[in-house]
Design a protein around this ligand. Structure first.
Ligand code: UDP
Ligand code: MG
Length: 247
């Protein structure tokens, strides 16, 4: 798509999955709203409450009452981070859609840069995380995961790129149409193609020391990523099956 084809008065959506983040919602909303206003574009903010049980539900409803740019989806139970992203993406109406976490680890100031790259003609602008503030175990696991995915994936999925980023409406529509159930959003975002660019964004510290995605949840996500984007595990099973027939 040529830059000139971007709408002249675009709407930017921000999708925020929320699981028990009441303590930070007010600050998050202010920072995201300020960042969006700095783009000079119209905006909407879609919060997806993924079955929180800490008061996030009423806090989000209050935000929606106060700010007409806010929409809230409430899940009937906790379905997980990727499911919340999927629902928010499906609900977002923007000409460009930003996905970010709600725990202040993703810096809202990056949105302005994402939008500028999008206006310059990029269809996908993703954050490349530097200076991760997680503990040694988690950083080691993440780095091993990215190295493994790099080695076996049949598409080029950038290292150290998580969900945080912007996609053009056409890209959002393509991702929304995919039938995958076990989703790894950064992988799908690479797989659909289009003109992509990574932007270095410093990864902040979580507002509390209690990640909502458990270690087991991260392992499940890594499994989804590897099984979705690589035939390597299946090839191993084929070899084992072939060998077992020979013995
Ligand atoms: N989250 C969610 N559902 C879950 C777990 C997490 O919507 O079951 C949200 C959470 O509120 C946050 C984002 O997903 O906005 C990322 O969660 P977390 O910070 O635990 O992930 P990490 O940064 O450790 O990868
Ligand atoms: Mg986090």
């Amino acid at each position: 798509m040529k830059t000139s084809e971007r709408p002249c008065n675009p709407l930017i959506s921000v999708v925020l999955p929320v699981y028990n983040e009441q303590a930070v919602l007010q600050e998050l909303h202010e920072r995201v709203s300020v960042a969006l206003r700095s783009t000079g574009c119209r905006h909407e903010i879609v919060y997806v409450n993924d079955g929180s049980h800490d008061g996030s539900e009423s806090a989000l409803d209050e935000l929606a009452d106060r700010d007409p740019a806010v929409r809230v989806l409430h899940f009937s139970r906790n379905f997980g981070h990727q499911a919340a992203v999927q629902a928010g993406m499906a609900d977002a109406r923007g000409d460009a859609v930003v996905v970010m976490d709600s725990d202040l680890q993703d810096d809202p100031n990056a949105i302005r840069h994402f939008v500028q790259f999008w206006k310059d003609g990029y269809d996908v602008v993703y954050a490349v995380r530097v200076a991760r503030k997680e503990g040694l175990l988690k950083r080691t696991l993440f780095s091993s995961f990215y190295r493994l995915l790099d080695a076996v994936a049949s598409v080029d999925i950038p290292r150290d790129a998580g969900n945080f980023g912007l996609v053009d409406r056409r890209v959002a529509d393509c991702i929304n149409r995919l039938a995958d159930r076990d989703r790894y959003y950064p992988g799908l975002r690479s797989w659909v193609g289009f003109k992509q660019i990574g932007v270095v964004v410093e990864r902040g510290r979580r507002h509390d020391d209690n990640p909502r995605v458990s270690l087991w949840g991260l392992v499940r996500l890594a499994k989804s990523a590897i099984f979705s984007f690589s035939s390597f595990p299946l090839t191993v099973f084929h070899i084992i099956a072939a060998l077992s027939m020979c013995t």
